[in-house]
Write a protein that binds this ligand. Structure first.
Ligand SMILES: [Fe+2]
Ligand SMILES: [Zn+2]
Length: 461
């Protein structure tokens, strides 16, 4: 018997051996599949540990090979040893995944433990599997691809915490001290009216760490609207959208005019705000107040190349943080957090907490441990200072940056300065970015896929 498929418009035929079919649905021994020049070699291993129904990709198609009662494995030989584990509970049919809510609609616990796959059919858009509990399941090819995994257990590795090794996801570029004319910029009118330009804007923030928006009307309302074009504004104990004037001629010191060294905001939150937008509405009767940005990832990469031990110290040693300025609150993250957070799935740095103003005392650290941390922190601080970019904000040009990556600060200033701005949550920004960049279908097809490849929306974190 032969399978025939169409692959990229070309009709292909695959001749399966009799054994191939003989073993379909059987459960007494394990079938081993090996790829030869132009055919599949099927051999038998006995005794088998457990019965399995296995299919494999062949010339771009998935082939059924053999069965285990509840799990279907699909090795993908063409890109190394990949396989996918299919379970009835992961069925993607409209009965199992609600078409509108995209939520699971089947009762996992009603599935018999010993359910088995009776047959596998290759349909035009996916695998149809007939399960022994009379459910006909469907697994689209578009969904199968992102759900394959390395055969030799990197699945298990992914759930372990790894030592710090890398600093940032590949598609992001480090910017060593760009001149101000190299700063990414985009126009307000475009991002407000065109979703494609909005997508470009969000990608610039992600790849470069910051972006200027030009032509913003110099009003709080327009600035608020610009932030809300991405997502709702995040409220904190300081409020939501802010708009304040530091008016030193009237000695209003509610907000200071002092120098602020490079830092990230919200080191004390369990979930620090991801984006921050500033817009200088006016600055009169004075000078100064330039804004400072530093690429913390680039600085971390430099630290790692100059002294891996220092890098490791800041990535591995968790530190306490707090915000206690308001009389009625003392905010601390629910778990202490390191300066460099390494992503547990992607093995990349994805978040920096750096705020010397907000560090809490180290308790239960030995003198040696403390010394090691200060040495590393001092080194990082020196690198940060050598990479600072200074820009004078102008009314009409809003600055937005990634608070998980870029450190910000400002110089002293005189005169009357009115600034406004706000925060956006990580989850809402990343959701918007992924949806605009990849499209809803691709994002949904990759749910649960944690591979660090640029085609996977999850590689954007
Ligand atoms: Fe700040
Ligand atoms: Zn189903």
């Amino acid at each position: 018997m032969a399978y025939s498929f169409e692959v990229e418009g070309v009709e292909q035929t695959y001749q399966a051996t009799p054994l191939f079919y003989q073993q379909l649905g059987m459960s007494s021994s394990k079938i081993i599949l090996e790829e030869e020049a132009n055919y599949l070699k099927i051999s038998q291993e006995s005794p088998a540990p457990k019965p399995q129904l296995t299919t494999r990709e062949w010339k771009g198609r998935y082939e059924a090979a053999w069965s285990r009662p509840d799990i279907l494995k699909i090795p993908r030989v063409r890109r190394g040893n990949k396989e996918v584990t299919l379970q009835l509970e992961n069925c993607q049919c409209p009965k199992c995944i609600h078409p509108d809510t995209k939520q699971r609609a089947s009762d996992t616990f009603a599935i018999p433990l010993k359910v088995k796959a009776n047959s596998v059919e290759h349909k035009e858009t996916g695998l149809e599997i007939s399960w022994s509990d009379n459910h006909t399941g469907f697994y689209p090819y578009e969904w199968l691809h992102p759900h394959t995994q390395n055969k030799h257990g990197d699945r298990l590795e992914q759930n372990r915490l790894k030592p710090a090794r890398d600093t940032a996801p590949g598609p992001r570029t480090f910017n060593p001290v760009p001149a101000s004319d190299q700063s990414p910029r985009i126009s307000y009118d475009e991002v407000m009216s065109d979703d494609k330009r909005l997508s470009v804007w969000l990608q610039l923030i992600w790849t470069r760490g910051f972006c200027f928006v030009d032509g913003v009307p110099t009003t709080p309302e327009a600035t608020k609207g610009l932030i809300e074009r991405i997502a709702f504004i995040r409220h904190t104990h300081y409020g939501g959208f802010w708009d304040f004037t530091a008016d030193l001629t009237f000695k209003d010191t509610a907000y200071t005019n002092e120098f602020l060294g490079a830092h990230t905001d919200n080191t004390y939150f369990t979930d620090p705000a991801r984006l921050q937008l500033f817009h200088l509405l006016s600055h009169t009767d004075g000078s100064g107040g330039e804004n400072l940005l530093v690429d913390g990832f680039a600085a971390a990469a430099q630290l790692r190349s100059e002294n891996p031990t220092h890098y490791d110290e800041l990535a591995r040693h968790r530190h306490p943080w707090h915000a206690s300025g308001n009389d009625d609150s003392c905010i601390q993250p629910s778990a202490q957090a390191p300066v460099f957070s390494i992503h547990p799935d992607l093995d990349k740095m994805y978040q920096i907490r750096w705020n010397d103003y907000d560090r809490a005392p180290k308790v239960n650290w030995s003198a040696e441990e403390q010394l090691a941390w200060y040495r590393a922190a001092r080194h990082y601080n020196e690198i940060l200072q050598s990479r600072e970019m200074w820009q004078k904000l102008e009314p009409g040009s809003a600055l937005i940056f990634d608070n998980w990556r870029m450190l910000h600060g400002r110089s002293q200033f005189t005169g009357k300065r009115r600034m406004c701005g706000g925060y956006i949550n990580n989850d809402d920004y990343i959701s918007r970015l992924r949806m605009l960049k990849y499209g809803r279908e691709c994002v949904l097809n990759n749910l649960g896929n944690v591979r660090n490849v640029s085609s996977n929306p999850y590689s954007i974190v």
